[in-house]
Write a protein of this length. Structure first.
Length: 202
């Protein structure tokens, strides 16, 4: 109480101008704190975004993809389709034209994929030349049509670099206990598609 009385006496002894200046200073400090909080939240959101996204393409990264595979492996989301997409000639492009052109090719394919799939689908870059998509609540016929659409869009591209991709898919109706088995099946089919082609450096 004695301390409070001391502050009251000190405030009473201050001029109006001094009190106004102190209030202005407090307001300035509060405004600065607000800026710091806003910047902190912005950086926190950016860090969260980077932890789940591929820096080159802006698509989801492998970590996020694997977490979503687990989350979506539920009967409420069945059937769940997985498509694996691999750029056939990326190594050839990197070796012949340089990694800048290779990055352009990766981003080009990423844009094609982004334009095809729904908002609820998980489109991710899971490796250097490899992409994967999780599609909840789809049947095999839909997945097949989407695979065809991917290949058609790549074949009629306007990119001066020839774009070709290999695809594999699998659909979870509940027959796989582990969702990773769906991924493995799709991946195996992708390599089967790839091995049927003869690309220099692919």
């Amino acid at each position: 109480m004695a301390v409070l009385r001391q502050y009251r006496i000190e405030d009473e002894n201050k001029t109006q101008e001094q009190l106004i200046n102190e209030v202005c200073e407090l307001r300035r400090q509060v405004a600065e704190l607000k800026k710091i909080v806003i910047e902190y939240k912005r950086l926190e959101e950016k860090l969260k975004y980077l932890s789940f996204h591929d820096s080159l393409t802006g698509l989801y990264n492998r970590n996020y993809f694997e977490e979503e595979m687990k989350r979506l492996n539920t009967t409420r989301k069945y059937p769940v389709g997985i498509i694996i997409i691999d750029i056939d000639n990326l190594k050839f492009v990197n070796d012949t034209f340089g990694h800048v052109k290779g990055d352009e090719l990766i981003k080009y394919v990423a844009n094609i994929l982004s334009s095809i799939f729904r908002k609820e689908d998980v489109v991710a870059r899971i490796g250097g030349d490899e992409f994967a998509v999780i599609l909840p609540n789809v049947n095999e016929k839909i997945v097949q049509s989407l695979c065809k659409r991917i290949k058609d869009n790549c074949n009629r591209n306007n990119n001066p670099l020839k774009v070709s991709v290999s695809l594999g898919y699998a659909v979870q109706y509940g027959q796989y206990e582990d969702i990773k088995e769906v991924f493995k099946t799709a991946d195996s089919r992708m390599y089967k598609d790839k091995n049927g082609k003869k690309w220099a450096g692919s």
